[in-house]
Design a protein around this ligand. Structure first.
Ligand code: HEM
Ligand SMILES: *[C@@H]1O[C@H](CO)[C@@H](O)[C@H](O)[C@H]1NC(C)=O
Ligand SMILES: *[C@@H]1O[C@H](CO)[C@@H](O)[C@H](O)[C@H]1NC(C)=O
Length: 544
């Protein structure tokens, strides 16, 4: 448990004065457990024991996997999933391969589908197989105010029809904010210093995101930036806690979870921040229709106001949706950058290779953004080795072990007769599939030029195996119509940040770290170790 509590308290631990140096992990567990949480845990444990076999849609013919012995109680199996999901999923994947099997999480039975069904399920419309229902269930339903996502998909539409439709314009805009933030967030020491690279990346990504979604000056509003980082962590903590308790106890338990109060507080703050922005845009629209010339930033928020229904445009709903967008976009992206840096420090021989690529593009196009012909459109696709490096890093460090996840809105029969009952949760073991030796030979070897080599092996492959593409063999961004809509933008952000970090700084692990810090797991979610730091300094002879 200790690692998880630490994880959940990472952002806040920055404000809290550190306790005695070298305090034990045990010490860290005790701190965040308040009396109410202890009561909640006790109620929860009791109710779990009493009502351990909760109604879950039986999946005909799919065996339950993971019991250590025949009569291992369901409750016990479910608790092992909390920190042992990786082992349970992996052994199930090995054992069943071509047959669905069931893994048990506290709140839900998840049927892990073989990959052969991916293509067929891709063609089933979202009205029958819902991604968002799975997300809302994972995030705690109404108790965390996420059900708004099932009411409408404005958050999906704005990304698909605006952000991605004008991808390079928005990446160039995000780049201006990155340049502004750099001297604030990135230390400029020419001596080695230990850096909290994870917080640094969260800040950079939060700022870029805020710039395109909310525009200036909101993107420099420290309250909004803090919200956009904290919201995900509080939401995850609240939902993770709720999942441990049966739904009928949520009426009580929900009120005992401090993280949920922070979610509520931040939703009120979001309203306070959004209301004036929305009023300002309404005013601009009014003046424009009266024939006036009004200058305005082309923010995603404004697009959402212009294209939303009356209900979607309500201040409370719009601000909740903006907060949910931070949840989808910030930690996912900053963790990817962190993972790449961790991998580079573990394999430092790749620094010069990636630098050489950056230098040669700079020699040809000039620094990124220096002329209209050297914008993100021209630059970023040229970072092919970095692209391949990211894919390899993502292969080994995905954000989730089980993805994509869907809820069957109605009963479905697949071509081979397999029946998916209404209400059941299905998912794929994307991580283990990508790491299957039949998909990735020698999966244990970190070979960052795998995709690069595959692309150059044949002219037909040049446009395949690129970061941000989904395929049945790479499910890191999900799959099908409901795959992550923001993935092309996030790949762009990742490249913008890394191109500058790699060309201007040296990185290494502190002497105390011998190898790459191990990832952490909570249910099927994967995180970099929140305590892991790296050393950085400005490269010799450079000024930044
Ligand atoms: C490395 C970064 C990212 C990763 C790994 C990631 C991963 C994912 C995954 C796995 C899904 C579920 C897809 C499925 O079920 O098939 C998803 C959905 C989504 N992502 Fe991302 N994502 C990232 C960055 C972003 C960014 C930058 C944005 C926004 C600009 C974004 C917005 C969304 C939205 C709106 C959804 C869909 C929610 C819905 O179904 O309603 N993501 N993402
Ligand atoms: C599944 O992934 C885990 C985690 O990396 C790994 O240890 C295991 O060997 C994989 N299992 C299979 C069958 O590939
Ligand atoms: C934002 O968070 C930082 C670090 O956690 C803190 O120092 C700062 O006071 C916060 N600012 C606001 C306006 O809440």
């Amino acid at each position: 448990m200790s690692s998880l509590w630490q994880l959940m308290n990472t952002t806040r631990s920055i404000n809290v004065p550190q306790t005695v140096e070298g305090s034990t992990r045990l010490g860290n567990i005790a701190v965040p457990l308040t009396a109410t949480q202890i009561i909640a845990l006790v109620i929860g444990s009791l109710s779990l024991l009493l009502f351990s076999s909760r109604s879950n849609k039986a999946f005909p013919g799919a065996p339950i996997h993971g019991r250590r012995w025949l009569w291992e109680p369901t409750f016990w199996l479910q608790s092992r999933f909390t920190f042992g999901a990786r082992e349970i999923i992996s052994s199930g994947y090995r054992k069943f391969k071509d047959r669905p099997f069931v893994v048990k999480r506290y709140d839900v039975d998840m049927t892990v589908m073989p990959n052969k069904y991916l293509e067929e399920l891709r063609l089933i419309p979202p009205t029958k197989l819902s991604a968002v229902k799975a997300q809302v269930a994972n995030l705690g339903h109404k108790w965390t105010y996420t059900t708004i996502m099932t009411e409408s998909n404005l958050h999906f539409r704005v990304i698909q029809n605006k952000l991605i439709a004008e991808l390079h314009k928005y990446l160039d805009i995000a780049k201006t904010e990155l340049d502004y933030a750099w001297p604030i967030d990135v230390p400029s020491s020419s001596e080695w210093i230990e850096a909290d690279i994870q917080q640094m990346m969260r800040m950079l990504v939060a700022r870029m995101s805020a710039k395109v979604f909310m525009g200036h000056p909101a993107c420099r509003d420290e309250e909004w930036l803090n919200l956009s980082i904290d919201f995900s962590i509080d939401m995850f903590t609240a939902a993770f806690t709720l999942r441990m308790f049966p739904p009928w106890t949520h009426y009580i338990v929900a009120h005992l979870i401090p993280a949920r109060y922070r979610v509520m507080k931040n939703l009120r703050l979001a309203q306070r921040i959004l209301r004036p922005l929305m009023e300002k845009h309404a005013e601009a629209v009014r003046r424009r229709s009266a024939g006036e010339q009004v200058d305005e930033e082309d923010t995603l928020l404004n697009w959402m106001i212009d294209h939303g229904t009356e209900d979607e445009k309500r201040v409370d709903k719009m601000s909740t949706r903006q907060a949910i967008l931070t949840l989808a976009s910030i930690h996912t992206t900053s963790m990817a950058v962190t993972n790449i840096l961790f991998d580079l420090c573990a394999h430092p021989e790749w620094f010069p290779v990636l630098r050489e690529e950056i230098d040669s593009i700079t020699a040809e196009l000039g620094p990124i953004g220096s002329t209209p012909e050297s914008g993100s459109k021209q630059w970023l696709s040229r970072l092919e080795k970095l692209d391949s490096f990211f894919l390899e890093s993502q292969r080994m460090n995905p954000p989730i072990l089980l993805g994509p996840q869907r809820v069957a809105v109605e009963g479905l029969t697949l071509k081979d007769g397999t029946y998916i009952p209404k209400g059941s949760r299905i998912c794929w073991a994307g991580y283990n599939h990508t790491n299957d030796p039949s998909i990735t030979p020698n999966p244990e070897v970190f070979d960052p030029m795998r995709s690069y080599k595959k692309r150059y092996a044949s002219p037909q492959h040049m446009n395949k195996y690129l970061a941000g593409q989904t395929s049945p063999d790479n499910l890191a961004f999900g799959y099908g119509k409901l795959a992550c809509p923001g993935r092309a933008f996030s790949v762009g952000e990742i490249k913008l940040i890394l191109a500058r970090l790699i060309s201007q700084y040296d990185f290494r692990y502190p002497d105390s770290i011998q190898s790459r810090p191990a990832n952490m797991y909570a249910d099927e979610n994967v995180f970099p170790d929140p305590d892991a730091k790296i050393m950085m300094r400005i490269r010799h002879g450079l000024k930044v």
